[in-house]
Write a protein that binds this ligand. Structure first.
Ligand code: PRX
Length: 653
């Protein structure tokens, strides 16, 4: 984050208390109530979460609420439950039985609604379909789909039979898919012919076929017919979703699964080239996701809840699928792009479906601002009562625009801080209680202990920048990095290891500061992870994609602040030799395409700069800090004495 952004955030003093009308009917309706919950959690944090877990259905109760063996937590040990049963069966005995669970709209405008009753039937059928293909408890199922209801059905079917799902974002390339399938040893892949994006078909099945050429563990690919395009089907391996579903029974008893049964693996970027398979389990995840959805979004039975995240990201898992269904809510789900056919698509959806809660990312908000106020102004957005943001710090200007232009000045905004690793929201306003200020996610939720600390672990003073840590295990925390527990320990637990003073603190990778009122302001990542358009990318991953191109010798990727995307990617590249008859500009474009192919279009560098050499330390480490200073136009600060060849820097400038 630039100095300018830090100081603009520092001087932010606007205060927005919740309206009386909002507070009057909210789950947590005053600061006094919020403090009472925090007090209850502070007195006994484990008992606090036990109370929340008891609001859900269990086949058998737990024997121990928390077993902490640094750095591994087990929650609700000995208890058995089923997440799909909690999302579906639990609601069938109430008025929610015939309520819309999912209202889905395709990009082309087709609409489909699933009631809880119907969704339950489809999930049971899909569970039986998976069983008929030999998937059993503990197997991994990869899901490579777009935003279609069947993606949700596939996830819930896995949860129902105890198969661990590994959802791979449909915007990722076949290379990225293959890496994630192989790392997780998935047995079955569920995909679809294609998905619509800005009027064009994104060919998921073709990409999946390319990936599966080198995936030994996959026995079957289940293919949903969605766009209707002709796709090749490999005999014996590939199976049409509609054919198997037609034969599947709509009856299925949910399995009683251990609270610590692996629910899903979701890959996320870290500071090395290889993505990390973040492993989440059942009981704790379910408990925190259910509770946070209820209190942060203040869900009520008459809400229509619209989260724009893709199911391929953690926000899609926790707050498109599981959180709302656990609360018996109505989910608005949309297949396509926000600016198709026009930049008012979201506002149109909100108006036509009476959406009451809208949750999106700052990068999207900045795009809406750029597209112009006349788009939202054409629509009646008066159904909205609550707005949310996630994924990156929101700049006060975007916050104010969101508040006034979308929220009509009447909707509280919940700025929610959390991560793939945390599984659920950790720091956020409670909308009926918290006075918000643009740019801060405010305070930790009841039951969550976080602080901003120095490297040595001492607490930072008010407004002093430091590192954000979580100081007590929480129910929806990651359990490990799949297949690499050493990396789990090293990445998250080695900075503040267990000591006589504390049980071991989790390091988030974020820099932050706490103001005088205790509000937390996220400054940004302190590792080599960048946030581009609200998506988390490891610069090492992009660098390794670049050097896999035959012309490239070395690459270093850094972020440059960008008005819309939050960050743009700048790649410094040294080449072995310019390929014959190829201009630099052509090679630059080839490299951008190459990265898109290796990882996905989201990772495509915005800017490629060819260099004769990269600034390095004497021990050969690329000094990315100096490159960062070049792209942001900042003066070179800090130590350059370790630089091997000072002239390199001059030439780069
Ligand atoms: O840097 C923080 C930023 O996004 C990172 C987590 O990225 P990911 O695992 O992809 O999950 C994103 C969706 C939960 C964090 O380490 N981040 C997330 N939410 C916020 C945020 N930064 C500032 N404010 C937020 N509300």
């Amino acid at each position: 984050m630039t100095q300018e952004r830090i100081s603009s955030v520092l001087s932010e003093e606007r205060r927005f208390p919740p309206s009386k009308a909002f507070s009057a009917s909210a789950h947590v309706g005053s600061e006094r109530e919020r403090k009472a919950l925090v007090g209850q959690a502070d007195a006994d944090v484990v008992a606090f979460w036990e109370e929340r877990a008891k609001e859900l259905a269990w086949f058998s109760p737990w024997k121990k609420p928390l077993v902490w063996k640094y750095p591994h937590a087990k929650w609700f040990v000995g208890g058995t439950t089923n997440l799909a049963m909690n999302c579906l069966d639990r609601h069938l005995g109430s008025a929610r039985r015939n309520k819309a669970a999912i209202i889905w709209e395709s990009e082309a405008g087709e609409e489909r609604t699933y009631t809880y009753y119907q969704l339950h039937r489809e999930v049971c059928k899909a569970a039986n379909m998976l069983l008929s293909l030999g998937v059993s408890t503990g197997d991994v199922v990869a899901i490579y789909m777009g935003m279609v209801p069947e993606a949700t059905i596939a996830m819930l079917a896995c949860a129902r039979i105890g198969a661990t799902h590994n959802v791979v974002f449909g915007g990722f390339s076949s290379e990225a898919l293959r890496e994630r399938i192989n790392d997780s040893k998935a047995k079955v892949l569920i995909t679809q012919d294609g998905v619509m994006r800005r009027g064009e078909v994104v060919e998921l099945k073709l990409a999946a076929d390319a990936a599966l050429q080198k995936c030994k563990t996959i026995k079957h690919a289940i293919v949903l017919r969605h766009t209707g395009d002709n796709v090749p089907m490999k005999s014996r391996r590939d199976i049409w979703w509609h054919e198997r579903m037609a034969d599947a029974s709509a009856e299925h008893e949910p399995l009683a699964l251990d609270a610590e049964h692996p629910l899903f693996i979701l890959y996320t970027s870290g500071s090395t080239g290889k993505p990390k398979g973040i492993l989440h389990t059942t009981g704790g995840y379910m408990t925190q996701v259910a509770y946070t959805t209820k209190v942060v979004f203040d869900l009520r039975d008459d809400d229509v809840y619209f989260c724009t995240a893709d199911i391929g990201w953690i926000t899609g898992h926790s707050y498109v699928v599981y959180g709302p269904l656990l609360n018996g809510a109505t989910i608005m789900m949309y297949e396509g792009a926000p600016n198709w056919p026009n930049p008012d698509r979201f506002w149109d959806i909100i108006e036509r479906h009476g959406v009451t809660i809208f949750y999106t990312a700052p990068t999207a908000i900045r795009s809406f601002m750029k597209w112009g106020d006349h788009w939202p102004e054409q629509h009646d957005l008066s159904s909205l009562r609550l707005l949310g943001t996630v994924g990156e710090p929101i700049n006060p200007e975007a916050w104010m625009w969101y508040h006034n232009t979308i929220g009509g000045g009447r909707c509280p905004i919940v700025d929610t801080w959390w991560q793939t690793e945390t599984g659920a929201i950790m720091v956020s306003p409670l909308p009926g209680a918290t006075t918000t200020t643009p740019g801060t996610a405010t305070k930790p939720l009841p039951g969550i202990k976080v602080d901003v600390v120095h490297k040595d672990g001492t607490s930072c003073k008010a407004n002093e920048g430091g590192l954000l840590v979580v100081q007590h295990p929480w129910p929806s925390m990651l359990r490990t990095v799949f297949g690499d527990d050493e990396r789990y320990r090293k990445t998250y637990w080695s900075d503040y290891p267990k000591s006589r003073q504390h049980p071991g603190w989790y390091f988030t990778g974020d820099g932050a500061r706490k103001d005088k009122s205790g509000n937390i302001w996220i400054i940004g990542r302190v590792d080599d992870v960048v946030n581009v358009s609200g998506h988390r990318l490891g610069t090492a991953e992009i660098e390794s994609a670049l050097v896999s191109h035959p012309a490239v010798a070395e690459a270093a990727v850094v972020a440059r602040p960008d008005a819309i995307k939050g960050n743009a990617l700048v790649a410094f590249v040294t080449i072995k030799a310019l390929p014959k008859n190829t201009k630099r500009s052509v090679l630059a474009e080839q490299l951008r395409v190459h990265v898109a192919k290796e990882i996905g279009p989201i990772a495509r560098p915005d800017d490629i700069r060819f260099a004769e050499a990269l600034p390095k330390t004497r021990s050969g480490k690329i000094m990315r800090r100096l490159l960062r200073e070049i792209v942001t136009g900042a003066a070179t600060t800090g130590d350059t004495t370790t630089l091997e060849d000072a002239a390199v820097l001059e030439r780069l400038r």
